[in-house]
Design a protein around this ligand. Structure first.
Ligand SMILES: Cc1ncc(COP(=O)(O)O)c(C=O)c1O
Length: 406
């Protein structure tokens, strides 16, 4: 059998596409396209690889899955069952994580917007850390912690200083002084951790290195101002696991370890918050060609509403109906949103023959596709979870209204 898209759970078998233990054609007897498929075994496999690599390099490493990459309860449940923590940005995710029984001491919550209700839930539930992007939020959290007579651990997100970025706290003299004053006054807060998350889909080691350096420089700035940081959180940003194989991940982890272990200040714990790496290549879209033009444009029965560019995924397109044929003829791929802007790929290497009704598999669509999808008024796809030879329907648009969480 030959792997497709570098994914060990996608194989060619006698001219057909085998998805984990089931032939695509079998699945398509029950489900029409468009269809979204998630591979449970690939999620588990990615978690194990990530854990194995980072545990072999760091003895003080903890992993928090970034729910925003894919917040389907069944996916988050798999992650929970593997013992990972959760990194969340809002109340719907927090409610979901608690329902799925993520232990509160493995939950980190925070972001650019911390409404009062979210702060209260975090404090009540004794979640591990609240991540603060805006210094003034510290005052609100302190007041809530005081009300509940507890001390809340805080992670400060520092600005990465990447060109144009506005997220996180910029540690200039004014802000450092302001922080000192607030920390002195806020007795119900403990600043434990610094977070720097540079970007998503980072295919270049240098970006990870810059990010680690940023967190260390920031630690030093705070140390010199009398603020001691215990832990660092380097965020996420890893590409899909098929894009960064285990040996590369290990090389990257070792480079980060080298930097951190040679730094003048030592840390109690190092955290990572991968999203895409764990779920990106565990998601597939199955679509159908609905139109072929003379100049080799094909139109699929999906579009950017369900397969958004915003997801920054490394999507790959295969003609599943002609999976054994060479994919080396330039083809452009359009979606079904009635605008010329709905282009999925241009001059993409695809099969010579293109026929209406051919099935197209889009790989690496497991992270951020649903997150950034929109409500363009087409029917939502069914979503199934494939595990070995089983296919379970986890979202049926005619029964379940929407896959949003609330
Ligand atoms: C703070 C933080 N951590 C982790 C992540 C997850 O990133 P990725 O899915 O690229 O690993 C994000 C994504 O935006 C983020 O903002």
């Amino acid at each position: 059998m030959k792997k497709i898209s570098g994914n060990p759970y996608l194989n060619k078998k006698e001219g057909e596409l085998l998805i984990d233990g089931i032939l695509l054609n079998e699945i398509l007897k029950t489900y029409a396209t468009p269809l979204i498929i998630f591979l449970e075994n690939r999620v588990r496999n990615n978690i194990n690889t990530f854990n194995k690599v980072f545990k072999s390099v760091f003895n003080n490493f903890q992993c928090f899955y970034s729910f925003k990459a894919n917040f389907l309860p069944e996916i988050c449940n798999i992650i929970q069952s593997e013992g990972l923590g959760a990194e969340l940005i809002g109340l719907p995710e927090l409610k979901l994580a608690l329902k799925l029984q993520f232990p509160p001491d493995k939950i980190i919550v925070g972001g650019p917007y911390l409404p009062q209700e979210l702060i209260e839930k975090c404090v009540q539930e004794k979640i591990k850390e609240i991540v603060v992007y805006n210094i003034n939020d510290l005052i609100k959290i302190n007041a809530m912690a005081e009300r509940y007579q507890m001390v809340q651990d805080i992670c400060l997100r520092v600005n990465t200083q990447k060109y144009g970025t506005k997220l996180g706290i910029y540690l200039n003299q004014i802000n450092v002084n302001k922080l000192k004053v607030i920390i002195n006054e806020c007795e119900n807060l403990r600043i434990t951790t610094l977070l720097s998350h540079y970007s998503t889909q980072m295919n270049n080691f240098d970006l990870f290195i810059k990010n680690a350096e940023n967190v260390m420089d920031s630690t030093k700035i705070l140390f010199d101002a009398g603020i001691n940081i215990e832990n660092i959180n380097l965020g996420g940003g890893f590409p899909e696991a098929v894009i960064m194989p285990e040996n590369q991940l290990k090389e990257l982890a070792s480079k980060i370890h080298f930097l951190v272990s040679n730094f003048e200040i030592s840390f109690k714990n190092i955290y990572f918050e991968p999203g895409r790496y764990l779920v990106g290549d565990a998601g597939l879209l199955i679509a159908k060609i609905i139109k072929v033009t003379d100049d080799r444009w094909i139109f699929l029965n999906i579009g950017n509403h369900i397969c958004p560019k915003f997801s920054k995924s490394s999507m790959r397109f295969y003609n599943a109906t002609r999976i054994e044929e060479p994919h080396k003829f330039k083809t452009s791929i359009a979606g079904i949103i009635p605008t010329d802007q709905d282009v999925l790929a241009k001059d993409y290497f695809f099969t010579h023959d293109l026929k209406e009704g051919d099935m197209v598999v889009i790989t690496n669509a497991g992270a951020y596709n649903l997150t950034f999808s929109n409500r363009f008024p087409y029917i939502l796809p069914n979503i199934i979870l494939v595990t070995d030879t089983n296919a379970k329907n986890i979202f049926n648009p005619s029964v379940n209204h929407d896959f949003s969480i609330n």
